[in-house]
Every structure is written in C-alpha cells, then in structure tokens.
Design a protein around this ligand. Structure first.
Ligand code: HEC
Length: 450
C-alpha cells in the first residue's frame, strides 16, 4: 500500500506531536529487543552473529572488544553515565556477557538508529556489522579478557556536545515526585517563566536531568505570549506541580499552532546548538512548557527537579528553527491509514520548496510510534539527484533522538523534501494519525537555518 501526497507546509498542526515520547524503559528492553530481533530475522540480515561461521580466533577483550567498547559504550555505561548498568572495568563487563550478546546482537545497543549508508553524523557511536559480530562472538564465547600486553590501541570515547557558556538556567519551580500508581510512565509539563523583556535568540540548550534514573525524555516547548494564560490555567487546575500532558504541551489545537519546539533530549543526547551566528528567536512574554517523560521502574521514586541551561544572545542573530514536516491532511485524519493486520504499510509525503525557500538542514529525525518499522527523509533536488538526510532501517520508538549532519544539506526552490514512513500493524484495529500510544505518526523533525 502506498500513497503519495503533496501539500503546503504548515507549521501548525505539526506541533500536535509534542510527545516525541517514549515508552517505559523496561518495555524498551523487551519490546526493542523483540522487535529488532524479529525484524532482523525477517530481513534475513546478513549480520547474523554466528561465531562459528566466521572461523577466526575467538575475540578477546584486550585484543578486539575494548576499542569498540570505549568508542560506542563507555560514555553511557561508565560510572556516572546515563546507561544502566554502569560498569567498573573489563572484569565487571565480562560478567555481563550474555546480556551484552543479546543487547548488541539485537541492535538494541548501542542506541543509534540512523543508517550510515544515508549520511554521516556528528558523534556517531554506532557499530558496523563486523563490529557487532566481534562483540557478540566475544560475549557468547566466554568473554575472555586476553593479554593486556598486546592490547589494541584505544580510541577516544564519544563525548556529547556541551554549551560553550550558560547564560540562563531555568529550573522546574518545584521538585516533582513522579507518580507510578498507574504504570511506569508519567508525562508531566512544568511551566517555566521566560525572564527577558526583549527578543532574544537561543543559541543552544542543554537539559540537566535532576534524577537521571527516572527522567526518560524532555521536550521544552516555546509557548507564545498570547497562549500563556491558557497554559497557566492548566497548571492551576492541577494540585501537584505542573500538569499532565502527553501528545504535546497540553493546549488546544489553536494554541498548538503557535507552539514551537525548543529542542528535545533523550539519554545520551548532548547540548543542542544552533549553527554559528544563528539562534531560535523567543519573544518577551513567552513561556517554556517543559515536558518530562518519567519512567519509574522502582517502587519508591525520589523527587526530580530538572532544568534547562541556555546559551542566549540578546543581539539579533540569524534565524534557526526546529521545523516539523508532515502531510497536514494526515494530521487532520485523512490519508494515513494503517489497516488492521497489515505489514509494511507505507505512506509518503512530498513537499516541493517554493520560491522563497532556501535554507540548510542541520539535523534530521523521524518520529513515529511503536508500530513504526522504517523511515527515511531525503531531498530530491531539481536535477533529480537525491540527498539522504536520515534513514531508519529498523525503527525503534524507544530511542528518539535527532542526528546532527556532519555537513549541512542546503536546499532551494524546486527541491523536494520526501518523507517515507512504514509500519506493521499486527492489531485488529485500523490505525491513523493521533497522539495516543495506540495511534501513529509520521513526522520529520529538523533543525533548519539560513
Ligand atoms: C547513549 C547511551 C548508551 C550507549 C552508547 C550504550 N548504551 Fe547500553 N544502555 C543505555 C541505557 C540508558 C540503558 C538502560 C536500558 C534502557 O533504557 O533501555 C542501557 C542498557 C544496556 C544493557 C542492559 C540491557 C538489559 O538487558 O537490561 C546492556 C547489556 C547494554 N546497555 C550494553 C551496551 C553495550 C555493549 C554498548 C556498546 C556497544 C552500549 N550498551 C551502548 C545507554 C547506552
């Protein structure tokens, strides 16, 4: 099944997607692993980690695995990292051999989904097929340490980007203890006052998770001055700090039209930084709706008071914006049908840039929900050549992040943005666009700038 449609870009409705949301972390391991395993089997992936077939000597930690670990795992899994478990050294890691074999073999770890056949990205910590195979054979073959005297040279661990300065820190006004009475997930929006009385340009932001063991993702939304009262009313109506929100910051459709994303954060994401000389403009009287998805796997979670650090210019900067892309009619309920019990249902959105459109893509991401199977965002240039922005061959809802292109992709009038999504719908219900967990989306998200 395939439909193609073209329509004018609209910032508006796109913002409904707010919940670049995620699943519970425990589901994550389960679902992610299952889904990926199944997809791999279906695709007949040639990377099946069958140690015997390769015939080479069994890999060892010092000889083969340590460099891969340092490059692709260590930053998250060492003490103080965002991963769980955290490891103290090779002996400790080796005891996790079976779990590592599963996590890496299923490609749930490392959590990087953008195919390197499509483009190259900053901070890429993915593993290629051979590297996956090496780790899996090592882990399955007893996780031998080998000889430290002949150890392979170690690369630099990847480091998430950091802000070069912090001009403003906005913290949640009150600590909030996530509520796990009705399941592991609690989506909460907190309003943060915007202190400037002139236009300013946000050059970069960094999320500081107060309690990293419960904070699963954060999306700061910029609420336009005219909508602030509506959001204050939502907050006032809820006795606890903030208010519940899922598919976005919680306002009605009209206010969503004027709501913009300031960024998004998931474990392992660094700072979000606009291209040199640019920033996301924020007007006085705006407010930040700070959406936190808590995933609570422990019985008695502690309070969280997360914050956003901002690098701000009060002097005029070039424009940058986080642009959502999708087919407006899908959002309004038409044309993105995913019938019950169907596999690989594909829908395509194409938008040809108009006369005044000329800008560059700096990041790319596609957002779907849990039925999402594969997705791709490309630019088809007027001369027929195509530049791939991001390609998910095995989409996993649980690891939403955006991928920063090493080289920005410049587009102009006549170029066509093409967004393709495909889903498997194993349920007995037809599915369409919606912001609930059982609904689906197909949304490209990109930082664009002049
Ligand atoms: C961007 C951060 C990040 C990177 C890089 C990363 N991990 Fe993880 N890892 C996590 C997080 C967070 C979890 C906790 C489970 C979850 O949220 O899915 C996890 C969980 C795991 C688990 C436990 C899964 C289970 O069964 O509970 C294993 C094993 C693992 N990672 C191995 C690895 C290995 C091996 C690498 C490198 C090849 C790696 N990870 C790279 C963040 C990361």
């Amino acid at each position: 099944m395939r439909t193609t449609s073209t329509s004018a870009r609209s910032l508006a409705v796109l913002l409904l997607i707010g919940a670049a949301g995620c699943e519970p972390a425990d589901d994550k391991a389960d679902q992610g692993g299952e889904a990926e395993g199944a997809d791999g089997a279906e695709g007949g992936a040639g990377d099946g980690a069958d140690g015997d077939e390769t015939g080479g000597p069994a890999p060892t930690w010092h000889g083969d695995v340590a460099p891969l670990y340092v490059r692709s795992c260590q930053t998250c899994h060492e003490a103080g990292g965002v991963g769980s478990p955290t490891w103290t050294g090779p002996d400790d890691i080796a005891t996790w051999g079976p779990a590592i074999a599963v996590a890496v073999g299923s490609r749930a770890m490392p959590p990087w989904q953008a195919s390197s056949d499509c483009n190259t990205y900053e901070g890429d910590f993915s593993l290629n097929d051979d590297e996956v195979d090496t780790i899996v054979r090592w882990a399955e073959g007893g996780a031998a340490l080998g000889d430290p005297d002949t150890a392979a040279a170690l690369p630099e661990p990847f480091q998430p980007e950091v802000l070069e300065r912090v001009d403003l820190v906005l913290e949640m006004p009150d600590a909030y203890t996530p509520n796990n009475a009705s399941g592991p997930d609690d989506y909460r929006c907190m309003l943060l006052d915007w202190p400037y009385d002139t236009d300013v340009w946000v050059e970069g932001y960094q999320i500081r998770a107060g309690d990293p063991s419960t904070v699963h993702h954060v999306i700061p939304f910029i609420i336009a001055p005219g909508d602030v009262d509506e959001y204050r009313a939502l907050d006032a109506a809820d006795p606890d700090p903030g208010y519940t929100c899922y598919g976005g910051p919680g306002g009605d459709v009209e206010t969503l039209i004027s709501t913009r994303w300031l960024g998004s954060w998931a474990p392992g994401s660094g700072a979000g930084i606009s291209p040199d000389g640019t920033g996301i403009r924020v007007s006085p009287g705006s407010m930040i709706a700070f959406q936190v998805h808590y995933n609570v796997t422990m019985p008695d979670p502690g309070p969280d008071q997360s914050a956003i650090e901002l690098m701000i210019s009060t002097e005029r900067k070039g424009w940058a914006d986080i642009q959502p892309w999708t087919e407006v009619s899908w959002v309004l309920g038409a044309g993105m049908d995913i019938p019950a019990e169907t596999d690989d249902v594909e829908h395509v959105f194409e938008y040809t840039l108009g006369r005044s459109d000329s800008f560059s893509f700096y990041t790319a991401a596609v957002h779907m929900h849990t039925m999402g199977k594969r997705a791709r965002m490309t630019v088809v240039h007027e001369d027929g050549t195509e530049t791939c922005l991001v390609d998910y061959q095995n989409y996993d809802f649980n690891w939403q992040r955006s991928y920063k292109l090493r080289e920005p992709v410049t587009v102009q009038s006549g170029d066509t943005l093409k967004l393709t999504c495909a889903w498997d719908n194993p349920t007995t219900e037809d599915v369409a666009w919606g912001d609930g967990t059982g609904d689906e989306m197909c949304l490209g998200i990109s930082l664009i700038s002049e």
